[in-house]
Design a protein around this ligand. Sequence first.
Ligand code: ADP
Length: 399
Amino acid sequence: MPERYNLILNCGSSSVKYKVFISNTETCIAKGIVEKIGSREAGIKHKTENQKIHKVAEVLSHKKAIQLILNFLLHKEKGIIKNASNIKAVGHRFVHGGKYSDAVIVTKEVKTYLKDVTFELAPLHNPYNFQGVEAIEDILPEIPNICVFDTSFHQTIPDYAFIYGLPYRYFQKYKIRRYGFHGTSHNYVYLEAAKLLKKKKASVITCHLGNGSSISAIKDGMCIDTTMGYTPLEGLIMGTRSGDVDPAAVLHIMMEEELQIHEMETILNKQSGLLGISGISNDMREILKEKGKGNPRAILAFRAYCFRVKKYIGAYLGELNGCDAIVFTAGIGENAPQVREEVLKNMENLGIKLDTKKNAQVVGEKGIISADTSKIKVFVIPTNEELMISKIIDKLVKE
Ligand code: ADP
């Protein structure tokens, strides 16, 4: 039987990222991105073991972007996939899954639900994710499509943790509740942590600290709480998102500055967080650089970011009655030892002791950074959402 492949697509508002894995393995044989979709100068990048391609071309739609990716992968002479029928399935990263607590194979009913319910819940993301499915259905109608949702890992969160203190009718009428995001990443690093702990079911606090940041509390393998809410705006201070804010403060700003809803939405999502506090950048690398020079706003942004992470770890230690491990992942979690140190300092009484030397050494790779005497282990585990989606395909789609 010829080798089979899992193609993973991540369609954003103006980009399509992809990875190709050999089915039933962790081997990624190709990856790339089409950026600035909708422009005459879209960037197209592909990387395989033998090829590294960077082109600029007109790409006006997501379908065109996906067609270009497939043309590259299935190229008659140089393509790494000989025949389209060697693609076992295409996995699509979806931000919002609404009611779905697991990944699903796309059917007519699934499509109807996604359009009718989730477009309203995640208008900035799900319609683009959906375009990926429609493109594959058009171009490769024989290949099954699998949707993997950022929200589904959080569907085990109990009602008292997901309900807001708002009139209940809004939950009934508009499905206003906490959903949580980054679930595929939290799930992946949790499973890796359980392997390191040599436990079938572990209790772990997973910290996904990237441009978007969230933390999850996982009890015996089940997510019981997470910091993001109805949208990814809630919880931690992020690159440009505010995280938790008193809604009364938002109303006051809107009133004082006579802002429209969409203007306030932009401020909360794109002009707040590290960028908003520091006035410098949303990028932690820049914040650390300026902090090193003694810039007071950079110091404040750094402290505020780390403080919020610490606060939620404390809350989750309470919810979990202690845990086996804390995991750091994503851009900041994997690469910024200074952030990890600031977050975990002075937590010895809760059973957490960092080995500062090991912490400084583990950058962008898997490692244990807690002291041998620490009751709670602390791991750095690089996330790999695409690999997680590929593994889900292997579970759902038979050869
Ligand atoms: P996302 O996927 O949400 O865009 P990533 O997980 O790629 O985010 O994380 C991006 C963030 O990681 C950047 O904004 C930057 O702040 C941070 N980052 C990346 N490398 C480093 C580093 N070496 N030191 C500190 N922060 C880093």
